[in-house]
Design a protein. Structure first.
Lengths: 245, 305
């Protein structure tokens, strides 16, 4: 965990209501894919947690969807502006469990953290398959970017305007065999995937947070192994420890 | 600049400065030790602890508000036994001072039981008895909204422990002076206020309360003027020390609270947004004192009464 001042170098729309922001600053505290950052936005009290899409020394990439006032203001920030960010939050994905043929499944703005994950797994020589799911083609993003990393990509859209018609679970048969999976997306998608998958895997959850670093108990959930804070012991939970509410 | 004295005396114990992280915003301390050396604090009030472990309310428990936030955590904590066997030893590794033990309960026996156990701990310097949690049902705030039950809980805890007892009051009352006086009559060594103000938000998409609990407690800068007013009223009503809190987020806010009658000042929501908030407020005190011609911070306690 670290607080650092970042400078925005790019902030652009990449799909309907979806923005990509690149920032320059100290990323040392980010150690695993699937971690998140908590961004201070002018005029708002609470920070906004956003998953890390990619990080390299000194460079941070975030992809976020404009859903409310906070993310709307974030989308209006300009290159050159500074952002106060708490970095390296949450546990992130455990890549040591991936096996040789991991499947990565993301829905909507659950897709971004899978990018860094795919990058890491591919660099370790794994054969990575990615399923991304969106409502419609206009909201889809990063298909090319995942392919450029060397991943096999399957896109599903609810209205069938791109790729397979349906949800990410409808793309499972097209994706074929896999030995382990990693997922991130809205809770109904995670729940459906939980039932549809045969192997073990890891799920990344979303919750409204107060602090993002374990102090306020605002984002707790029940698991097989006791109460966990999504911001601290999560956001990634193993399939075996999940208790659906 | 003349040397500034920031020390205060809270119920017989000297604090290097009056800034105290408030319960529920500082966990059991060690999370913040990852950001800075928390020994710069005079003390801090740890997460509200109950007799039995509690999960608390369902989520969402948190919502943004203008210049503040709502929370409805509902006293999640591991229970007093685990606090003593696990949290306090872990805290001892990063905090060498006395901690303020915040206690909540659902009946008189709960309060007495939990306070007694915590008072036996060497690390505990004060008991802050929360009779004002707005987010639990059948306890918490209901004790703090009647003078008779505030007196009863105070008396029962005081009879059971010898360490200083500070009663944490609810702002959700018609007459704070009456409740403050009841605690004093019950033998309280101090009072602290305000706990959060009861509030709510609606999720317009779902046409339902945003928080799973329906209502929650409002905190943050939005409540500062209300808190200040209530600290001022309570300080006029009693002779025992008052710990002021509610929306404090700067060194100037601390000085205002002290002028209103606070001997020490708790800082809550600010810690959640900026983990360095208390450290920065402490560091900012000498300059702020210089600005207003204060050399010894004790001289302004109650200056505006």
């Amino acid at each position: 965990m670290k607080q650092a001042l970042f400078e925005i170098t790019e902030n652009k729309k990449i799909a309907d209501n979806v923005f990509l922001m690149r920032l320059a600053g100290d990323t040392d505290a980010i150690t695993r894919p699937g971690q998140f950052v908590n961004v201070k936005i002018g005029g708002l009290f609470l920070r906004r947690p956003i998953s890390v899409c990619d990080s390299e020394p000194g460079l941070l990439t975030l992809i976020y969807k404009t859903v409310g006032g906070g993310t709307k203001r974030l989308s209006e920030m300009q290159p050159g502006e500074k952002a106060d960010i708490l970095t390296g939050l949450g546990n992130g994905y455990d890549v040591s469990l991936s096996g040789d043929t991991p499947l990565l499944v993301g829905g909507g703005v659950g897709v971004p953290p899978l990018y860094k994950l795919a990058k890491v797994l591919i660099s370790q020589g794994k054969h990575v398959k990615v399923i991304t799911g969106f409502n419609t083609a206009a909201e889809a993003f990063f298909t090319k970017e995942f392919r450029a990393l060397g991943a096999e990509v399957f896109v599903a859209t609810a209205d069938g305007s791109e790729g397979i018609k349906g949800f990410v679970t409808d793309a499972l048969s097209a994706a074929g065999e896999y030995g382990y999976f990693y997922a991130c997306g809205p809770e109904p998608m995670l729940k459906a995937l939980y039932r549809a998958t045969k192997t073990s895997g890891q799920f990344s959850f979303e919750e409204r947070m107060g602090c993002g670093f374990g102090a306020c108990m605002g984002c707790s959930c029940r698991t097989v192994t006791g109460y966990k804070r999504i911001c601290r012991e999560g956001p990634v939970l193993c399939k075996e420890e999940i208790l659906w509410r | 600049m003349a040397v500034k004295s920031t020390s205060v005396n809270l119920c017989g114990t000297e604090l290097a400065n009056p800034v105290i992280p408030a319960s529920g915003t500082f966990g059991y301390g060690y999370e913040f030790a990852e950001f800075y050396d928390i020994n710069v604090l005079g003390t801090f009030s740890f997460k509200g602890t109950t007799r039995e472990p509690r999960f608390g309310n369902e989520t969402p428990r948190i919502a943004e508000t203008p210049a503040g936030m709502l929370n409805a955590v509902g006293l999640q904590n591991p229970g007093v036994d685990k606090v003593i066997s696990e949290e306090l030893p872990r805290l001892a590794k990063c905090f060498e001072k006395k901690v303020m033990a915040n206690v909540s309960g659902f009946c008189r026996e709960d309060y007495v039981y939990t306070c007694k156990k915590l008072a036996e701990c060497e690390q505990v310097g004060w008991l802050e008895v929360n009779i004002s949690c707005p987010n639990v049902h059948g306890g918490g705030m209901s004790f703090g909204t009647s003078a008779a039950s505030a007196y009863e809980i105070t008396r029962a805890v005081k009879d059971a422990v010898s360490k200083p007892v500070i009663i944490k009051l609810s702002p959700n009352v018609t007459d704070i002076s009456e409740i403050a006086r009841a605690c004093e009559a019950g033998g309280a060594d101090g009072i602290s206020l305000i706990n959060t103000l009861l509030g709510m938000r609606i999720d317009l998409r779902r046409r339902r309360p945003l928080l799973a609990n329906g209502t929650g407690g409002l905190s943050g800068p939005a409540v500062f003027p209300v808190a200040l007013r209530m600290v001022w009223q309570a300080a006029k009503a009693v002779k025992i020390p008052v710990v002021g809190m509610g929306g404090v987020s700067s060194a100037a806010d601390v000085l205002e609270m002290m002028c209103a009658g606070a001997t020490a000042v708790e800082v809550g929501a600010a810690n959640l947004v900026d983990p360095y908030a208390c450290r920065d407020i402490i560091n900012g005190l000498p300059d702020e004192m210089e600005k207003y011609g204060v050399n010894d911070i004790k001289e302004i306690i109650g200056a505006a009464l």
